[in-house]
Design a protein. Structure first.
Length: 628
């Protein structure tokens, strides 16, 4: 049985339609035309007077002024003349045609009645008048047509209105990038992972022969200043493939759908030039958990995130496009981003340890002339807790200090001053009375006594009553080594050091001042974490309740079920309060037993304002021998 085929219908030509987002152009043109039309309508009306009536009006003193032209007369009537010679008394302007023959009586008549006379040259030819009136409209319409055509072309190219939908990713050329992997120190494990990625992109067959697939996405995670963006710059300088760099915040605009369109455009561009690398900085700006926070999520940001998820799923093995992203808040990222197949490898960049800090300092002092007294190993040992960015700032501050002192080389004293500026804050002038200085001295010496005698406390470095930053005085402690785990005894001694200033004031003056505000805040926060997260309380037990955690989303804790009852919350509050009172009582008692040393140290601080660790030890040991 044969099947009859229906004749194909001829394709109907599709009428191109003007995109709705461009209708505002024509609306603007219509508004401008209406504006000019109303301007024309608002022009005052001009009365037509025959020549004979014009002369009669002059004879009756009803004409104020006239303008003589080649073939007509324009002028202005008085108010009486307007009522007498025109139907609309609101308009006093008139127009009269001059006779073909010259009237010899006109000028004497005008002069005798004191009419102001002005003359203008002959009007330009008609073709010039037409050109003057029509040309601006032609230019305006031509400009509008060109603007609309340009917008149409951008739409066809995927650029959207005014190019809003085009990706703002910046392509970094290798020859223009000065940063190399040799400029990155202290993160050797991360450099190994990145070197493997670069090798895969330049020589993919080596890995495919073994059945290996490169991760689609690599997430650089670490605290601020640990070198995530610097590592990306080094990759751009080392890779022989196109490198596209963009900040996550650049996807979002005020227009709905722009972020998703920019994501599509960026990934399409990278696919066309594969193998390629895409680096998205501050991924948490668009990668935060969807629907998080009080009142739900942000539709435009979530649409952008959804588009990133879709594009990363769409990668094929032969495309060889790898996405790098950096964030310091991995805890807020959407779980769909972190699953295998998207960002399936995470490279963690920790705060640098001692040897890493020394290596970072060696990189940053390459262009700095150093004095022979500078020992980078000692500086690295005294900068525990410094990130890579902090160390770079330290070297720069030391160089600035040397320039300020007119030195030819940067010496160890410059580094000491730079470290004090960063750690303690800049010295500031504050006019304190003797009584206020004395209170600050006893407060800081209370911290110093506890830091010196507590067995688990960090070693004491210096005490000063010179105001630095927002503090009226500073007691500095420097850990002996990097710590990654904290015991209960260490944390307890640390809280005693915090309470030493307030306890000293209570012991000496019988009252306390406002200077212990930050100490109490930090001590309370640390105790709540000890009891609520780390299980360091006998009454509460080994429970991890998440108490003391900071929520980055407004109202996020309102939408989560509570892990503990009101009774448990009250018990934790009572335990924190009781422990603080217990530790403060023990601190006051300890300072009371060492009151002679406290007063001796306070007197020395008042005299010299700043004491080093060696001076503090000598004073305390000498006072102890005297008391014995």
């Amino acid at each position: 049985m044969t099947q009859t085929q229906k004749p194909q219908q001829p394709e109907q030509p599709q009428n191109p339609q003007i995109p709705s987002q461009y209708s505002f152009l024509w609306l603007s043109a219509a508004i401008i035309l209406m504006f000019f039309w109303f301007q024309e309508r608002q022009q005052p009306t001009i009365a037509e007077l025959p020549y004979s009536q014009f002369k009669q009006a002059v004879a009756n003193d009803h004409v104020e002024e006239i303008t003589l032209r080649a073939d007509h007369i324009e002028g202005r009537l008085t108010e009486e003349g307007g009522n007498a010679w025109t139907e609309n008394s609101d308009s006093l302007r008139f127009h009269s045609v001059r006779p073909p023959l010259e009237d010899p009586d006109l000028l004497p008549l005008l002069e005798s009645h004191a009419v102001t006379i002005s003359a203008q040259p002959a009007e330009p030819p008609a073709w010039q008048q037409v050109l003057t009136s029509v040309l601006p409209w032609l230019l305006f319409l031509g400009l509008m047509f060109w603007f609309w055509s340009y917008a149409q072309r951008r739409m066809m190219q995927g650029g959207g209105a005014l190019g809003f939908n085009r990706s703002k990713a910046h392509r970094v050329e290798k020859q223009f990038s000065r940063t190399r992997l040799s400029d990155v120190a202290g993160i050797e494990s991360a450099k190994r992972d990145i070197t493997e990625i670069i090798d895969f992109l330049t020589n993919p067959e080596k890995y495919r022969a073994l059945g290996a697939d490169m991760p689609t996405g690599i997430l650089l995670v670490g605290p601020p200043g640990t070198g995530k963006t610097l590592l990306a710059k080094a990759i751009a300088g080392e890779a022989d493939v196109p490198f596209f760099n963009i900040s996550a915040s650049e996807f979002i605009e005020m227009f709905v759908g722009v972020g998703a369109a920019r994501v599509r455009d960026m990934f399409d561009t990278a696919r066309k030039e594969a193998p390629a690398l895409i680096f998205i900085d501050e991924l948490d700006a668009i990668g935060r958990s969807r629907g998080a926070g009080f009142g739900g999520g942000h539709d435009e940001r979530e649409q952008t995130l959804n588009q990133i998820l879709t594009e990363m799923d769409g990668f094929e093995g032969h495309e060889s496009v790898v996405v790098l992203a950096a964030t310091n808040r991995p805890d807020v990222l959407d779980s769909a981003l972190l699953r295998p197949g998207r960002f399936d490898r995470k490279v963690t960049l920790d705060m640098p340890h001692k040897e890493a800090r020394k290596a970072i300092l060696e990189v940053h002092v390459r262009k700095v002339p150093l004095d022979s007294s500078v020992e980078l190993g000692e500086i690295a040992a005294r900068t525990i807790g410094f990130s890579g960015a902090d160390l770079k700032n330290l070297v720069n501050e030391a160089a600035l200090t040397a320039a300020r002192l007119n030195l030819k080389k940067v010496n160890n004293d410059c580094f000491e001053r730079a470290r004090d500026r960063i750690v303690l804050g800049e010295e500031r002038d504050a006019e304190l009375t003797h009584e206020e200085k004395e209170v600050v001295a006893y407060h800081e010496c209370g911290h110093a006594i506890m830091a010196y005698f507590m067995p688990k406390a960090d070693p004491l470095t210096r005490v000063t009553i010179i105001p630095h930053g927002m503090s009226m005085g500073v007691t500095e402690q420097t850990p002996k080594e990097d710590r990654y785990n904290y015991t209960e005894s260490y944390l307890t001694d640390r809280i005693k050091v915090m309470l030493g200033g307030r306890s000293s004031e209570k012991l000496i003056y019988g009252e306390v001042s406002t200077g212990a505000q930050n100490d109490l805040k930090e001590a309370t926060r640390l105790l709540r974490r000890m009891f609520g997260q780390w299980g360091m309380s006998e009454k509460i037990g080994p429970l991890g309740l998440g108490i003391g955690e900071e929520h980055v989303f407004l109202g996020r804790e309102l939408g989560q079920p509570r892990e503990y009852s009101e009774h448990m919350a009250e018990l934790i509050d009572m335990e924190v309060q009781a422990k603080l009172i217990e530790l403060e009582t023990a601190t006051v008692s300890f300072l009371s037993d060492h009151r002679q040393q406290l007063e001796a140290l306070a007197s020395a601080v008042l005299a010299k304002e700043t004491l080093s660790a060696t001076e503090i030890r000598q004073i305390l040991e000498g006072s102890e021998k005297q008391s014995a």
